[in-house]
Design a protein around this ligand. Sequence first.
Ligand code: KIV
Ligand code: NA
Length: 265
Amino acid sequence: IRRITTHILQEMKNRGEKIAMLTSYDFSMARVVDEGGVDVILVGDSASMVMAGHETTLPITLDQMIYHAASVIRATKRALVVVDLPFGSYQGNSKEALNSAIRIMKESGAHAVKLEGGTEIVESIQRIIAAGIPVMGHLGLTPQSIYKFGTYTVRAKEEAEAQKLKEDILALQNAGCFSVVLEKIPAALAKEVTESVQIPTIGIGAGGSCDGQVLVINDMIGLTKGFTPRFLRQYLDLFTEINGAVKSYVSDVKSGDFPNDKEQY
Ligand code: KIV
Ligand code: NA
């Protein structure tokens, strides 16, 4: 199987083929996701919530991201694997950002990194790209800044913030980002910026005009009970499925039905 590259993603945008991206955080899930044919697997810092149970993405560490990323890398053959630089590992200065990106690449075997932000972090992005590491941008709702925003509601509905996003995406493109995630912004704005840049945009809650889509795997298979934002399409109700299986197992053990004569040595 041929591994997806940043170059292939650009070709996909050029010929109008949509890019499918999902998150993964561990070996078993990444194997299923990779074999399902996604083009890009994101080892997102959403691991802080869905894997570790934190309320935000802020607490997860660089070491923890590397652990998740290395597990995902060992499971994938086809997808391009992008890893989030976690909060606190790049905002200090461009040297810190570069060192964090290098650690992710060396210690996990990932293919690219993702950073949240626009013009404020362009110097860091340039330095990482200069070292040969592909960078994906992330604009709109940037969860590492949740305490600045205050809420997880739609971003860039006002003209000033929309204008800033348009400048930011051009800055990211000029810095050499191979793609940009657009999170929770109006579909019309996402369409406009997608048409205004050469590089592919990947949307989450940003409408159907983006060049690709991304969802958190645990959300799309119904493992994150009670999380039902409008942008989410839930393909399975795995919480209910697994809960039912666990209940059956418990009852089989209690009743002595499991294990039976064939399920022993
Ligand atoms: O961490 C994450 O899962 C993400 C996606 C939602 C884009 O950054
Ligand atoms: Na993230």
